[in-house]
Ligand binder design. Structure first.
Ligand code: DAH
Length: 338
């Protein structure tokens, strides 16, 4: 005669076996097979139910409770095994499909903007902050824009001082690579009514041989203001404001009398170096009345100032380079430092 105790003992053996088998299962099919073996119609648990009728009434209740407890425990274990196996399968799939992007990133060095571009962007920011807009002009110019309209007629000795690179096109010495950004002054005044507040950064060219302080292809930034009642004080104040914004408050500026055909009076523009010496940045002055007239602007009504300086030199100064040629050598060991 079966007793509740015997039945319970048997079921516990079954449960222990199921527990061991589930722990070893590592795919869903195995778990499903164990599920039907231990909980299905032909399982020991189901068979135990059939035996309940053969028990005494007082044994039946205890045996019934034991069967239910075992069935619940088994169901819980099967469910837990299903979740574990499914999680494991997903983790394996993720691992198999994984792309290690960190490995890729660490092998690639990030690039950076060229020093000239950085200096130019910063210059534009400073001047735009002061109310200027950005103007542009072509790199290949005619004698009218590069010289004539800037009050440098053909006979003028200043033409020679520009060491111009001419292009073999049209009349001799008629077409050239622009030797400064000043022609953008003319192009702007031709199409724009005053008031004018522009800066024009761009590439410029001369027959210079490259050395520590010269490049045959270099960069300038031109400035032009045309408005009513503009004085040399406006020029000096603008230059000082620009230098403070670009280099810092500790840098001093000075204007030294000079000569340019397109400005009157003209000046060289210097900034102070930490060691107390002065560095020449470029030229500036009050726009010559002839230049205004050449662009159809009445110098009795409008006055202006202009300036032009080398961006490469600014970069050399700002980043404390020993040799301007570093800017064009494209040595990555140099470029990576900025
Ligand atoms: N264009 C001159 C040069 O390249 C620099 C310059 C001087 C520009 C005076 C100006 C200026 O606008 O007013 O040497």
């Amino acid at each position: 005669m079966t007793t509740a105790a015997a039945l319970t003992a048997e079921l516990e053996t079954v449960l222990a076996e199921a527990t061991t088998r589930l722990a070893a299962a590592d795919d869903l099919a195995t778990v499903a097979a164990i599920d039907s073996e231990f909980l299905g119609k032909k399982s020991t648990v189901s068979a135990a139910k059939q035996q309940l009728g053969a028990l005494d009434a007082d044994q039946r209740k205890a045996a019934g409770q034991a069967i239910n407890a075992i069935r619940e425990a088994l169901t819980g274990q099967v469910e837990a095994a299903r979740i574990r196996v499914a999680d494991q399968a997903r983790a394996e799939q993720v691992a198999a499909e994984r792309l290690d992007l960190t490995e890729r990133l660490s092998s690639i060095r990030r690039g950076s903007l060229h020093l000239n571009t950085q200096a130019r962007d910063r210059l534009e920011d400073v001047f735009v902050g002061m109310g200027f807009t950005i103007a542009e002009g072509p790199e290949v110019e005619t004698a009218w824009y590069n010289f004539e309209a800037l009050n440098i007629p053909e006979w003028h000795p200043a033409r020679g001082s520009f060491d111009t690179i001419f292009v073999n096109l049209g009349e001799p010495e008629e077409v050239m690579l622009r030797s400064h950004t000043s022609p953008v002054q003319i192009r702007t005044m031709e199409v724009q009514e005053p008031p004018i507040y522009i800066v024009a950064p761009g590439r410029t060219f001369r027959t210079d041989t490259a050395d520590a302080t010269h490049l045959p292809a270099f960069n300038q930034i031109e400035g032009l203001v045309v408005d009513r009642g503009i004085t040399l004080g406006d020029l000096a104040g603008t230059m000082q404001e620009f230098v403070h914004a670009f280099f810092g408050r500790e840098v001093k500026t000075r204007l030294r009398p000079s000569y340019f055909p397109f400005t009157e009076p003209s000046a060289e523009f210097d900034i102070s170096r930490p060691d107390g010496s002065w560095l020449e940045l470029g030229g500036c002055g009050m726009v010559h009345p002839n230049v205004l007239r050449n662009c159809g602007i009445d110098p009795e009504i409008w006055q202006g100032f202009a300036f032009g300086f080398g961006i490469d030199r600014l970069a050399v100064m700002r980043y404390e380079l020993d040799d301007i040629r570093e800017l064009v050598n494209n040595d990555v060991r140099f470029l990576h430092q900025f």
